[in-house]
Design a protein around this ligand. Sequence first.
Ligand code: ATP
Length: 600
Amino acid sequence: MASQSPIDEFNVNFQHVFESLVFEDIRASNCKTSPSLRADIQRKTLSQLYYASNSRTIDENPTDSSTLYNLHIQKYFSIVDEQDLSRGLDSFSRGALSLSSSSKNESKQWSLKDIRNTSIFQELENDVSKSSRGLNNIPDFEKALEFSVQLEKNKSEEEKSTKLQKHVPPYPQVRLSSISEKRIEGVTTKVYPTSSKVSPQIRCSMSSETKTEEIVKPNPFRTAKEQLIVDQKKKNAGGISSSTSNEPTYGSRTKSLGLRRGLNSPFILPIKDAKMNESETNNVETKSSGNNEEKIIDERLKNIEPRMVELIENEIMDNGSPVNWDDIAGLEFAKKTIQEIVVWPMLRPDIFTGLRGPPRGILLFGPPGTGKTLIGKCIASQSRSTFFSISASSLTSKWIGEGEKMVRALFAVARVNQPSVIFIDEIDSLLSQRSESEHESSRRIKTEFLVQLDGATTSQEDRLLVVGATNRPQELDEAARRRLVKRLYIPLPEFAARKQIIHLLMAEQRNVLDEDETDLICRQTDGYSCADMTNLCKEAAYGPIRSIALSDIEHISPDQVRPITKEDFDAALCQVRASVSSQDLELYEDWNKRYGSAAK
Ligand SMILES: Nc1ncnc2c1ncn2[C@@H]1O[C@H](COP(=O)(O)OP(=O)(O)OP(=O)(O)O)[C@@H](O)[C@H]1O
């Protein structure tokens, strides 16, 4: 048997398909058949056509198959969209937008979306755009074609509309069936306004000729994104509006470095514009004028190295907690004298003028740990002054070669921050008696210090007080001694002062010390300095802790720790001894008799 030629094969196939189509068409046209069944038959026909075309069973020429395809599409839609339920499904108006997923037509294999995505449908569009000559010969094809093209164009808009309807079932109140009717009858002019993104006003064409648009009730529903756009639009009203539209630019927004720009942010030039430069220049001017003001204030610092100023402000300026006179046990004479000659004049410089002018330098001398530094801090606190605390030995050793600069800087910063108290501990090491073996740098520091001290003592405007403290007053240079006009002896604490220290410190701890026991401790601590007394109390406070078993120390609560007893002090007394020898005390008392502002 001779094999069939490709043309014969095509003819056979086409005949088969055509017969099938005609048969189905007759079935579908049968008025007695239900609309649902007729729609199914048409859909089946479309599927067959689609399959035959794709498998090249019928025709390589897409125009013919397209003609057939569109014919059946029209028939299909005429059934689906017919509003008379006896003849059609009225499906479009009730659910055409969700037709693709609808089960109304009892088939899951087919959907409107499938038709649009078919290659034959797309080929149809392409062919039409390439050549309209052959198509003009086909009756009604043009209408079907235009419908198909328009259908594709409207696809995305329909999807949006479908989404909106899903959220608000009663909306839109549009007879969409009218749209479909127009599609079938003629060239569709359905227009969904693009501005519907913000407040969708769905418009539909009522007539293909007049293209009159009907404004349908606006849909109040807004997606979160739409609401954001509206809010930002309101916010930016009156401000600089973006040159771009408010519509979101999905995925195409330009990222900028630094701060993220909002939807309606004004455009920012990637380079500095003239205006920006101008404003920056103004800022610089403002800043520089501000600096000029600061320079006028800080005239006294102009010859001082900034790093030294910084060092003094960070390391020497003391911002510790304030000290009250009551915090200092004993030393009644010293406290009274300092209040009279130092604190009051610093608080009321207008009263303490002339002969009543305060001394600018005082010396606190005495055994170590008796409260000299404490008094210096208290002077600063009570006179509301800035407190500078420096050890003279650090001036000579820490800043070798720069000590004199440091002294100058210290006084300059103190003047800027006045009223100030400059407390110089171990002042003897700075202002010791001159000798042949004295190092050149030490000598220069001493000279600078005396110069500054002279300036501080002679200047009436400056409110500076230099407080020197020493344990070796006998080593002080004569010139220094003369400048430190008030020389106050800070002795070892007496009985009352020692008792006061115990009370002060024990007040913070649980203890069972009675007055007799406290007095006994005070008698036992004759010759102890204030620092010694503090150490004794600390040691006694450890007694209750030492009585706790090591295994319990981690878990024991504070109130389970027993109170401090006299026995703890007895144990502590064995540990903490007086640090000041009687010989040293004699030296202080001698020197006090000779040079000190002794108590009468
Ligand atoms: N009069 C006092 N009242 C209460 N506590 C004091 C008194 N004097 C000293 N202390 C305690 O002793 C500590 C040491 O005191 P401070 O440094 O003032 O002594 P100092 O005379 O300056 O000693 P140094 O000469 O060794 O510098 C203080 O921190 C304080 O706890």
